[in-house]
Every structure is written in C-alpha cells, then in structure tokens.
Design a protein around this ligand. Structure first.
Ligand code: NAP
Length: 280
C-alpha cells in the first residue's frame, strides 16, 4: 500500500493506443483504493519500443502493459521473461524491478481462466474436450492457460490451416489441429467452446460456425467484448448453453498487473463494470 511519499506510475504502451480501456480500469482501482498514482496512455512507435522500455525506470514507472503491436516485439528487449510468457510467446505486462531491470509477464491466460471461474466457479479444464476457434495471438494465451489448467483434449481449428497445425506441433499433446471445414463437427462432445477470432466483433461478420453438434451442457466463451454479446454467444444462449463474454478476460488480466505495480490485488466490482461498460 502506498504511503504519503509514494506516487506510482504505470501505463499502457501501444501504437495506436488511444482506444485502450486499461486507463479506465487501473485509474478506477487507484481511486477506489485511495492510492497515489496514475495510469497513462503511452503512444510508442515500434521503432522506439526499446528506448521507451528502457526509459520506464528513468521516469519512475513501476511498469506498464503492452498492447498491439508490442506484445511479441518486447520479448527480446527485456531482462527476463517469466516462463509462462515465454511459452505464450508474448508479454502483456512489464514490471520494473528495484534494480531498474525489466521483467516481462503475461497475464492474459490468467485473465481468461479467471473469467470462466467467475462465471462458473465449478468449471474445470479437464471436464471434457475443448474446441478453440482461431490461432492468432490471443489464442496462444488461451491455449497455454487451458493446458496449464489441465485440459486434456484441445481441438484447434483456424481458417488458415498452417497456423493451427504449427501451433498444435509447438504445444504438442493435448492440442491437435482440426481442418477448418471440419469445425462444425469438432463441437461434438465438447465441454467448452471458445472463439478467439475477430469474427463477431463490431464491424466484422459473425463467426461462421453451426452449433448443431454442441452439447447442451457445454460452456461457450467468446473473448470479444465489443459487442458484449456476439452473434455466437447470442446463438448459444438461445439454445440454452451457458456463455461467457470477453470482458471478464480484459478485467481479470489487469488484476495481477495492478498487484505487481501497486501491491494490492484489486477486485472486479459492479462499479468498475459499469464504468468500463459506459465506454462502449
Ligand atoms: P490475431 O492475432 O490477428 O488473430 C486473428 C484470428 O482471427 C486468426 O485466427 C484469424 O485467422 C482469425 N480470422 C480473421 N478473419 C477471419 C475470418 N474472416 N474467418 C475466420 N477467421 C478469421 O488477433 P488476436 O490478437 O488474436 O485477437 C483476436 C480477437 O481477440 C480480437 O477480437 C481481440 O479483440 C480479442 N482479444 C480479446 C482480449 C480480451 O482481453 N478479452 C484479449 C486479446 C484479444 P487466420 O489465421 O486465418 O487469419
């Protein structure tokens, strides 16, 4: 907890970064907890990333979040990368250590799993097969966190076959790639379906996926949060499946980062939810 002489700075580094909701989330917690500090937008061009990262200790920052396009580029630029972030292949959180060195972490996977547990406290990764749709950057954090949580059978399907195939090779068992044309059948017997593509996002087409084979007990999650209910989630809800949107992942990935910088693990309260929802 901060004392009267402490002022803690953190921020989100990206290009562009103006759209980020992270300042709303972290500044809400700073106010709610009565801390002295601020969380700011840090617009940093890709060519300036290393200089900007090395400036963090000089400027008195406790650390920062990284967003597009810096999450992968920062990996070789920091002094140490936590094993989970190394496995995911991306950093979303930088912590400035007392000696001024930089540690890279990834809290996206924690955020994803916690969002499922918030919605369904009895959720278990080993409850049955999981189908993951999409093999982009966000899918990596989702898949690694599912494996770490004990998932034993992950069916990965992606429009571009090579990405799903390569990711399955990289992560090994329990991930296996399913051809895009077989994605509808890949829903048979699943306990969890997750969309990690951008399909269903505001301005994008709905995800092209028929839910006929999806069991009634399956949990359906979409990591998109604009809109809060994607066409996939609406279709799943209408046929009686439980659903989880991407807002919980966004809010929960912020919690361990805030704790690393400010020393308190903050809560997701109704007041925070309504402040963030008001930005959509
Ligand atoms: P990305 O690396 O660009 O990956 C995009 C994915 O979408 C790829 O698998 C891509 O398939 C697929 N895709 C794109 N157009 C498609 C189409 N027409 N049909 C089928 N698949 C298509 O993006 P990302 O960083 O992983 O982000 C993906 C989504 O996750 C975004 O909507 C983002 O907002 C959301 N996200 C949410 C959170 C959160 O905290 N809730 C965190 C991170 C990301 P190909 O490989 O074939 O191109």
């Amino acid at each position: 907890m901060a004392d009267d002489h402490t002022y803690t700075l953190a921020g989100v580094m990206g290009w562009p970064v103006a759209h980020s909701r992270s300042p709303v989330i972290h500044n809400h917690w700073i106010r709610q907890l009565g801390l002295r500090g601020a969380y700011v937008l840090l617009p940093v061009q890709p060519a300036q990333l290393e200089t900007a990262l090395r400036s963090l200790p000089v400027l008195g920052f406790a650390g920062c979040n990284l967003t597009i396009p810096h999450k992968v580029a920062a990996l070789p630029l920091v002094d140490r990368v936590e094993p989970l972030a190394q496995r995911i292949g991306a950093i979303n959180t930088i912590v400035v250590e007392p000696d001024g060195s930089l540690t890279g972490r990834n809290t996206d996977g924690f955020g994803y799993i916690q969002s499922l547990l918030d919605a369904r406290p009895d959720w278990r990764a080993d409850a049955g097969p999981v189908t993951v749709v999409g093999a982009g950057g966000a899918a990596r954090a989702v898949i690694v966190s599912l494996i770490e949580s004990g998932a034993r059978d992950i069916r990965l399907t992606n429009r571009s076959w090579a990405k799903a195939h390569d990711m399955a090779q990289e992560f090994g068992s329990p991930v296996h790639a399913v051809p895009w044309e077989d994605r509808h059948e890949a829903l048979a017997d699943v306990a969890l379906l997750v969309n990690t593509t951008n399909q269903g996002m505001q301005g994008e087409a709905a995800l092209d996926l028929a839910l006929d084979r999806l069991p009634a007990h399956a949990l359906v999650s979409d990591i998109i949060y604009v809109p809060m209910e994607t066409p996939l989630l609406a279709a799943a809800r209408q046929r009686g499946n439980a659903t989880v949107n991407g807002l919980g992942m966004l809010l929960n990935q912020a919690r361990p980062a805030f704790e690393a910088w400010f020393g308190v693990l903050p809560d997701i309260t109704p007041a925070l939810l309504s402040e963030v929802q008001a930005t959509f």
